[in-house]
Design a protein around this ligand. Structure first.
Ligand code: ATP
Length: 362
């Protein structure tokens, strides 16, 4: 296993350029600790695969260095990096049995039968493949084939890192959860350095100890699943994580007041002057908003829609043209379509040009 360091990495598919817009990956610095489980999360086109390919050696970055345990591997070919990579679609030999497929990476490296057999059986059990060990892969379902692919990635104990590129896309939704928790268990048992690429927040948050959120070629936040939820450092993290995502509306700041159009919201922090022309927004997760009967504390809003989704309700309210989602278990005491919107100040954030802006607590 290895510590993986990316030092001032940037990549442009059109070659070196002075213009940062030409870069699919903007400058990034990152260290993944030996044995950590990480997810790279972001929308399509944000640069996840580009980054993964730079780590595996399929791409040489335009700028910067890749280090494995402080050894520079930037220009080392893939086969010399000792990496296992698992792709969206199964990469297996259809005419081989499950056993032969799992054994292949070890056999290829000259391991003996006595070393191979117990390892294959151990892994097949963990992946729920033991009853099919001597069945040819071609007779198995798409799910089982992807399990073989995962197994082939996990079979060698000596790999520097295991890279997963959206590996559960072809898996039946019910099985996804099972495989995700199996991967987490295998990570704990074997201590691999694992990097898991996905655009699915549930996959990222359940798999990883730490999630790297990417947006338009840049890392916008690195944090535990809890930190990403509780304290989004960028509006994209607020919007992308959570269901529904964070409410983000434009505002003006006047000392300790946020003006949302003509409505004043008293904050528990004061903010210094912000340069003219900056984009200022207020952000709060639906879980930290509450509706009270009209006329009380809070901003007067209209209830526009209530979606009852079982354990809680998502209430859509309008502060004139500004819309907010509120998550509540009960709408008790509320009659008609008028209400007061109450903000939990501990979770009310100000963003300047999309970045979290810390004020001075009053
Ligand atoms: P997805 O989830 O859709 O795979 P991604 O986050 O993995 O997306 P990348 O595939 O890394 O994103 O793409 C990042 C950017 O680089 C995109 O704008 C994409 O169009 C561009 N890109 C990717 N591969 C190439 C290539 N071979 N040549 C030129 N541009 C490319």
């Amino acid at each position: 296993m290895a510590k993986v360091t990316l030092k001032e990495i940037a990549h442009s598919y059109t070659g070196y350029s002075e213009n940062s817009d030409d870069y699919a990956l903007k400058k990034l610095d990152l260290t993944w600790r030996d044995g950590g489980a990480y997810a790279l999360l972001g929308p399509s086109g944000c640069g996840k695969t580009t980054l993964l390919n730079i780590i595996s050696g399929l791409l040489i970055p335009t700028k910067g260095q890749v280090l494995f345990n402080d050894q520079d591997v930037t220009r080392l070919p893939t086969e010399q990096r000792n990496i296992a990579q698992i792709f969206q679609f199964p990469v297996i030999y259809d005419t081989m049995t499950v056993f032969q497929n799992l054994a292949f990476p070890l056999k290829n490296r000259g391991r003996t039968k006595d070393e191979i057999e117990p390892r294959v059986i151990e892994l097949a059990k963990m992946l729920g493949l033991e009853k099919d060990l001597y069945t040819k892969a071609q007779h198995l379902t798409a799910d089982a084939k992807q399990k073989i692919s995962l197994g082939r990635g996990l079979i060698r104990k000596s790999v520097n890192a295991i890279l997963f590129d959206e590996p559960l896309t072809v898996i039946d939704p019910q099985l996804k959860w099972e495989l995700r928790s199996q991967l987490k268990f295998l990570h704990k048992k074997f201590g691999f350095t694992m990097i898991y690429v996905t655009h699915d927040q549930t996959e990222a948050l359940t798999f990883a100890d730490e999630v790297i959120v990417m947006f338009e070629g840049e890392i916008v936040q690195i944090g535990t699943p809890e930190a990403l939820f509780e304290r989004p450092e960028h509006t994209f993290v607020g919007y992308f994580i959570g269901s529904p995502g964070m409410n983000i509306v434009p505002c003006r700041l006047e000392g300790n007041q946020a003006m949302i159009d003509d409505h004043a919201l008293i904050l528990d922090k004061s903010y210094p002057d912000i340069s003219a022309g900056a984009k200022i927004e207020i952000g709060i997760r639906p879980e930290y908003l509450r509706l009270a009967p009209p006329g009380g504390e809070g901003l007067a809003v209209n209830i526009e829609k209530v979606d009852d989704i079982g354990r809680y309700k998502i209430v859509r309210v309008g502060l004139n043209n500004r819309k907010f989602n509120v998550v509540m278990t009960e709408l008790s005491g509320m009659t008609g379509d008028k209400a007061s919107l109450v903000f939990d100040m501990n979770h009310t954030n100000i963003y300047v040009n999309d970045h979290l802006f810390a004020g001075d607590r009053l």
